[in-house]
Design a protein around this ligand. Structure first.
Ligand SMILES: Nc1ncnc2c1ncn2[C@@H]1O[C@H](COP(=O)(O)OP(=O)(O)OP(=O)(O)O)[C@@H](O)[C@H]1O
Ligand SMILES: [Mg+2]
Length: 245
């Protein structure tokens, strides 16, 4: 299977939704162990392959399951059914702030995040200047990241993720919060990844970005896969559904 970077195989993921409102401690104790909940399926029987070396866009409306799928891929969530397999080293840059410890400085978070992503201390020492340089947050590197702006968070997180030198880079909406200069840097980085045969999976609400960067795409709608394949027809199908919606 050398031509597949990621295989999503019949993946379903549910969350429990609880219905009690204004619950008091007393009422919770009186009711005992039973609780009112239903299963909400954020992903339902989703299957597709991400070709190795592709730049793969994951598109769909708010709440359609894109981030949930990326979290399953990054092993932050586990699917209730099905499996996700990836071939090669994977680094994920998920939602703003995820993976960062708010009280720690940018510097400390680089070490924390880098080690979570599998880098040794020595390796991080070596790459530290590159990471900070790419992020553009030098001036604030010893400030706690809780004082960072959303864009600064994303810049630092993304810089760590790309410096892990992964075979598969997974990014959730980094482009939306970055400014034009950083977006350009990201585009260039994605292009460089593509050139050397690495795989990029990205979520974006900008169809313009997906159209210009991605060769393949998958469209999720309410947790189910509506279309997958070459980017252009997949984007067109999604856009047509919005216009008819
Ligand atoms: N931890 C959770 N607990 C309960 N429900 C969740 C959880 N995470 C996600 N969901 C639900 O799963 C559905 C899919 O959410 P998800 O974040 O994957 O959507 P998305 O496609 O990334 O949307 P967006 O474009 O807004 O980022 C939503 O209805 C959301 O409320
Ligand atoms: Mg999301």
């Amino acid at each position: 299977m050398s031509d597949v970077a990621v295989r999503v195989d019949h993946v379903s993921k549910s969350f429990r939704m609880y219905h009690e409102r204004n619950q008091t401690l007393k009422s919770a104790i009186m009711r005992g162990r039973t609780s009112v909940h239903e299963d909400f399926w954020a992903l339902q029987d989703v299957s597709f392959d991400v070709p190795e070396g592709s730049t793969f866009g994951l598109i769909g409306s708010n709440g359609s399951g894109k981030s949930t799928l990326l979290k399953c891929l990054a092993k932050i969530y586990y699917p209730n059914k099905g499996t996700i397999t990836h071939f090669g080293k994977l680094a994920a840059m998920l939602e703003v702030g995820s993976g960062f410890h708010h009280e720690l400085s940018g510097r400390e978070n680089i070490y924390l995040n880098g080690s979570i992503l599998g880098m040794s201390r020595k390796e991080i020492d070596r790459k530290f200047d590159d990471i900070v340089g790419f992020s553009g947050v030098e001036q604030f590197i010893d400030q706690p990241v809780k004082n960072y702006s959303s864009g600064m968070y994303v810049r630092l997180g993304f810089s760590v993720a790309i410096n892990v030198d992964p075979d598969i880079l997974v990014v959730d909406e980094v482009l939306a919060v970055g400014d034009a200069e950083f977006q350009k840097k990201c585009f260039d980085k994605f292009a460089e990844f593509k050139r050397v045969g690495k795989t990029v999976i990205l979520v974006s609400h900008s169809m313009e970005s997906v159209r210009s960067m991605c060769d393949h795409a998958a469209w999720l709608n309410k947790g189910t896969l509506k279309a997958v394949g070459e980017a252009a027809p997949t984007i067109a199908a999604y856009e047509a559904s919005l216009n008819n919606g």
